[in-house]
Design a protein around this ligand. Structure first.
Ligand SMILES: N[C@@H](CCC(=O)N[C@@H](CS)C(=O)NCC(=O)O)C(=O)O
Length: 220
């Protein structure tokens, strides 16, 4: 199976696909694509209908959208399943994916990371301090409150790292790039969960790659 992934590592959607590929033990080539750039590979422009990242090319098949890509990987590689056979647990994994890609990405990717790191380093404008403060003092603590109320094992849906964890954990990678942590005294289960994910051998090399990129851009 030849796999090429188009996208930028810092995108939470691209990160989700990289984590799924790594958990499934699938090698791939990452072709850097910044959606806003004028210099995108022709095959990306042709095959990503909305011009968004990620786009994946597997053998003769192009597919856009991280959720569609994870669904394809899951069905084509059921030997390394990231979803439970139990319909309720599989549906809950879909809920955590929706929660991460809508709410967590908006708070941690939009209000925190975009303002703290992207605005000065890439958008050439000052950070919006109000949004950063809102994320740090209200919105992220609310996310911790929610996760603390649902965590009852090592991972979100049991004792195996799966689909839900790569979706939710991806946002915590972004949070780590911003130097924001989770207070173990207030949220012991969530803090231990985040530490467990960030030190996981599937997460660690992806985090290091991203840290090196941010450092090279003078944005860390
Ligand atoms: N639903 C899509 C969202 C992908 C997405 O919004 N990617 C952003 C980068 S984080 C993008 O390509 N934005 C460029 C644009 O909206 O034109 C997915 O899950 O893959």
């Amino acid at each position: 199976m030849s796999i090429v992934l188009y996208g930028a590592g810092l995108s939470p959607y691209v990160r989700k696909v990289r984590l799924a590929l790594a958990l499934k033990g699938l090698d791939y080539e990452l072709i850097p694509v910044i959606p806003q750039s004028d210099d995108k590979p022709e095959e990306f422009v042709k095959n990503s209908p909305l011009g968004k990242i990620p786009l994946i090319h597997i053998d003769d098949f192009y597919l856009a959208d991280s959720s569609a890509i994870l669904s394809y990987l899951e069905r084509s590689r059921p030997d390394t399943s990231l979803l439970s056979d139990d319909p309720k647990l599989a549906a809950k994994a879909m809920w955590f994916e929706a929660y991460a890609s809508s709410h967590m990405t908006s708070v941690i990717g939009g209000h925190l990371f975009a303002e703290l790191i992207l605005a000065p380093a890439f958008f050439n404008r000052p950070s919006n301090q109000e949004e950063i403060e809102l994320a740090k003092t209200v919105e992220i603590p609310e996310i911790f409150d929610y996760l603390e109320s649902v965590l009852c094992a090592d991972y979100l849906l049991g004792n195996t790292l799966g689909h839900a964890d790569i979706c939710v954990g991806g946002s915590f990678v972004t949070m780590g790039h911003c130097g924001v942590g989770c207070d173990a005294a207030k949220w012991p289960k969530t803090s231990a969960y985040i530490d467990r994910l960030m030190s996981d051998p599937v997460f660690s090399p992806i985090i290091s790659d991203e840290q090196q990129f941010l450092a090279a851009m003078g944005a860390s």
